[in-house]
Design a protein around this ligand. Structure first.
Ligand code: FBP
Length: 330
């Protein structure tokens, strides 16, 4: 089975970018070990601190963030990093060609129940301006040079793209190496599976409620077939399922906090997942536009997310644009 670096060389990826992705895999192994040690490594539970998002930090959030910072900033090709757990950016090598934005531990609410969590990353080129300020990161997702995630589950998987399709590696615990286990990930256009936090239903736009209600009506409704629901409450795991077997994943606009109607973050959740999904033949939309076309204004800005099987995302957007009617059979 092929290892990471030979695969990247075969893909003719730039040597500096290979070094960045190689550094990310080293981080993944360190975090994977601690996640799988759980209470034995004393990494469960919460700290008393809040992060820039106003969320209580878990010990593993802090530990994973520190590991990523320490190891990534040793890489001479990294100009700076931005993290969900850091207010500002952290500078690296002045002449580093790349920037790395990351969510050190996605799905934090799953840590203490031994459920699926992950690390999500997005790599961007250092702009010519090289200001050393957060504005270096404010590039649309179309500018990403690499994007992916690590899923810490029954096995640890590294899934990423450099614009040459989606590559899937599995960590061989015996030799401590990520080995290539899938190269041609394709998301089926059609699906009968959706993922959304249903408990937020009353807070959604009416059109989004209609779309989901028609899925729930199944054969008795306008969709004329049954749909199944899944929600792992970790984007990395819900999107992994979509890459494996199709589906629609959504975290849409929500009326609860008018000044903060979205939950997920553009730079280190929306953009990397959107590029992966598009590279696998799916669609990724904010409800207003293609996620990868969004011009960011802040490294921690939030975005609506509707992604997955292309035909199903189109149908959902049809409801939001009012072109898809909800004529009930009732
Ligand atoms: P973080 O855990 O990195 O803050 O990510 C947010 C997240 O956990 C996503 O991974 C997941 O899709 C969503 O929030 C779950 O939200 P909810 O608590 O509404 O189920």
């Amino acid at each position: 089975m092929q290892r990471l670096i030979p695969t990247l060389r075969r893909d003719q990826v730039d040597e500096a970018l290979i070094s960045v992705i190689n550094t990310l895999q080293i981080c993944a192994k360190e975090i994977s070990f601690r996640v799988h040690q759980g209470e034995l490594a004393g990494v469960l539970g919460s700290t008393l601190d809040e992060n820039i998002q106003g969320e209580t930090q878990k010990h593993l959030d802090v530990l994973a963030n520190q590991l990523l910072k320490d190891i990534l900033l040793e890489c001479k090709h990294i100009r700076a990093v931005a993290s969900e757990e850091e207010e500002g950016i952290v500078s690296g090598f002045e002449d580093g060609k790349y920037l790395v934005a990351f969510d050190p531990l996605d799905g934090s609410s799953n840590i203490d129940i031994n459920s699926l969590v992950g690390t999500i990353f997005s790599v961007l080129p250092t702009p010519e301006s090289n200001s050393g300020k957060p504005d270096m990161f404010l590039q649309p997702g179309t500018q990403q040079t690499a994007a992916g995630y690590v899923l810490y589950g029954p096995s640890t998987m590294l899934v990423f793209t450099t614009g040459r399709g989606v590559r899937v590696f599995t960590l061989d615990q015996k030799v401590g190496e990520f080995l290539l286990t899938d190269t041609d990930v394709q998301i089926p256009r059609q699906t009968s599976e959706f993922a959304i936090n249903m408990s937020n239903h009353r807070h959604w736009q009416p059109a989004m409620r209609d779309y989901i209600d028609d899925l729930l009506l199944g054969t008795e409704g306008p969709r004329g077939r049954n749909f199944n629901m899944r929600w792992i409450a970790a984007m990395v795991a819900d999107v992994h399922r979509v890459l494996c077997r199709g589906g629609l994943f959504a975290y849409p606009w929500d009326a609860r906090k008018p000044n903060k109607p979205y939950k997920l973050r553009l730079m280190y959740e929306g953009n990397p997942m959107a590029w992966l999904v598009e590279q696998a033949g799916g669609m990724a939309h904010s409800g207003e536009q293609r996620i990868l076309d969004i011009e960011p204004t802040d490294i921690h800005q939030r975005v609506g997310v509707i992604l997955g099987s292309a035909d199903e995302v189109s149908t959902c957007l049809g409801y939001l644009e009012g072109s898809q009617s909800t004529k009930r059979n009732v």
